[in-house]
Design a protein around this ligand. Structure first.
Ligand SMILES: Nc1ncnc2c1ncn2[C@@H]1O[C@H](COP(=O)(O)OP(=O)(O)O)[C@@H](O)[C@H]1O
Ligand SMILES: [Mg+2]
Length: 233
């Protein structure tokens, strides 16, 4: 039996929106196994980004427990939590969140430098992974000099560079053409297939469903169905 990478139990998250409250996560239970690629689907506003943000420790839940590789991030001191996230989590944001004043190489080096890797080594590693996502010739550019699809690949390279145990991606292929999307998915899948890793991908892109091991469907703050995916790769 593979071990559990992520265990969410009865996660509750409520946002204040003016005089109203929005229940973004309504007692979510979800388990993601080590070695697994889980895709998260559902209509806009159903809670997908909120769920992956709680899983990655970017947002605190209001109730319930989320454990990553047996560790409860919400119970950690903030310093330990930051260190755990820097070492073990890679996050691809929907808006990419690249640093505008840094070159691609520098952007992708950041997760390694935060973890204490020497700059020259970090930059070499960043350049390798940028080449793997097809940006070998653009490494000295600034993010603003790239198309949306190219920026998205930089964000993916940055999430992978430090070989994190958990990679979380919000719509990672939304700005990519079919072929580039497939290349990026193969790269992500190669990483997730390593036994002690896991990968969670929020997506609307039916062209990549075949890469998933399981697909979890959300609606209105709940996980309403989890099914095995039909492989086509
Ligand atoms: N910071 C916030 N403040 C208020 N409401 C929010 C906030 N973030 C998300 N929400 C609300 O929570 C619900 C779930 O949002 P989200 O997780 O972004 O959905 P999805 O990613 O599935 O589109 C939505 O109704 C959204 O408007
Ligand atoms: Mg979202």
């Amino acid at each position: 039996m593979p071990e559990v990478a992520v265990s969410c139990q009865q996660l509750l998250k409520v946002f204040d929106a003016g005089d109203q409250q929005v229940i973004a996560l309504d007692h979510v239970d979800l388990e993601i196994l080590q070695g697994e690629l889980l895709m998260l689907v559902g209509p806009s506003g159903c809670g997908k980004t909120t769920l992956i943000s709680v899983i990655a420790g970017i947002l605190d839940q209001d109730a319930g427990v989320c454990e990553l590789f047996g560790q409860n991030l919400a119970a950690m001191r903030s310093k330990d939590k930051l260190r755990f996230r820097a070492q073990h989590i890679g996050f691809v944001f929907q808006a990419f969140n690249l640093l505008p004043a840094l070159t691609l190489t520098e952007n992708v080096s950041v997760p390694l430098i935060i973890n204490g890797v020497k700059r020259s080594i970090a930059e070499r590693k960043a350049q390798e992974i940028l080449a793997a996502v097809g940006l070998g010739k653009r490494m000295g550019n600034l993010p603003a000099q790239l198309s949306g699809g190219q920026q998205q690949r930089v964000a993916i390279a940055r999430a992978l560079v430090h070989s994190p145990k958990l990679i979380v991606c919000d719509e990672p292929t939304s700005a990519l053409d079919h072929e580039t999307g497939q290349t990026v998915m193969h790269l992500l899948k190669d990483v997730a297939m390593q036994q002690d890793r896991a990968l969670v991908i929020v997506t609307h892109d039916a062209r990549i469903f075949g890469f998933a091991d399981r697909i979890a469907e959300m609606d209105d703050g709940r996980v309403i169905n989890v099914r095995a995916a039909t492989p086509n790769v």
